[in-house]
Write a protein that binds this ligand. Sequence first.
Ligand code: NI
Length: 270
Amino acid sequence: MELDHIFNKLWNDYASLNPSVKRIKALFEQENETILNDHIAFRTFDHPLMNLAVLSALFIKHGYREIQDYHFEEKHLYAKHYEHKDIPNAPRVFISELKLKEMSKQLQQLVNDFIKPVPSKTFASEELLFSGRVWELPSFEVYNTLRNESEYAAWLYVFGFRANHFTVSINDLKTLNSVEKVNAFLKLKGFLINDSGGEIKGSPAELLEQSSIKSETIKVDFKEGIFDIPGCYYEFAKRYPDTDGKLYSGFIAKSADKIFESTDFYSKED
Ligand code: NI
C-alpha cells in the first residue's frame, strides 16, 4: 500500500460518512485555498489486540516514527504522535487509546463482550485502520451506558477504526490564515464550533492554536433502530515557530483534551 493510497482511503471513508467535512473542503477551495493536512487522528482501546502499537504499525511500516507521547488523566487516555521520517508534508498521525483498566468494571465488561466474538485476524489485518466498526451492530442502550462514563468509548463502539478527524493546516492557507478567520468563516456558513475550553485552544505563546467544528449528527443503525448521533469532526491548526525558527510540531495535551469533546453527544435542538 502506498502512503497516498492510505490517506486517500481514510479521507474517502471519513468524507462519505460526514458530508459536512466534504462541504467545508469545497468551501475552502471556492476561496482558492489548497488544503494540506496537519494531522489525522485515530482512537482505540488499550486492549492488546488493537492498542496504539497495533494501530501505528501500518504507519511505522510506511516510514513514520514515534515523536512524542501525551497523557490525558481525566479522560483516561494515552496518546502518541508520529511523523514521517523523510516526507516533510506528510500529515502527522495522532493515535490515542482508552486505558480500560482505569474504567469501571461495567465498562470493561461491555467492551470485552463486543470484542470477544471478533476473530483476532480482523485486528491483525493491515485493513484494520479502514475497517470502521468490526464488532456487531451496536446497541443504543450500550452506547448510552458507555457515554455516561466515556464519550470517547461510546464513539469508538459505534464508529470503530477510521479517521476520527482530519486537520486543516492553517499555515498553508493564503487568506483564511488565522484560527479566528477560519472560525468566523465556518460560523458564517452555519457550522458549530466546539467551544469547550473556548473556541480557540492554545495560543501563539504555546506555539499551537487549534479549533474544530462539533461533529455533525449522522443517522446510525442500532439494534433498537436508527438514531442521530455525532460522527466525526474537522479540525484546524496553526503552528508558530519555536525560538530556533522551526515551526512547533508537537501537540498540547490541555488543548487536545478539550478537542476530544468535539464528538460529545448533543441534541440538534440544543
Ligand atoms: Ni487533532
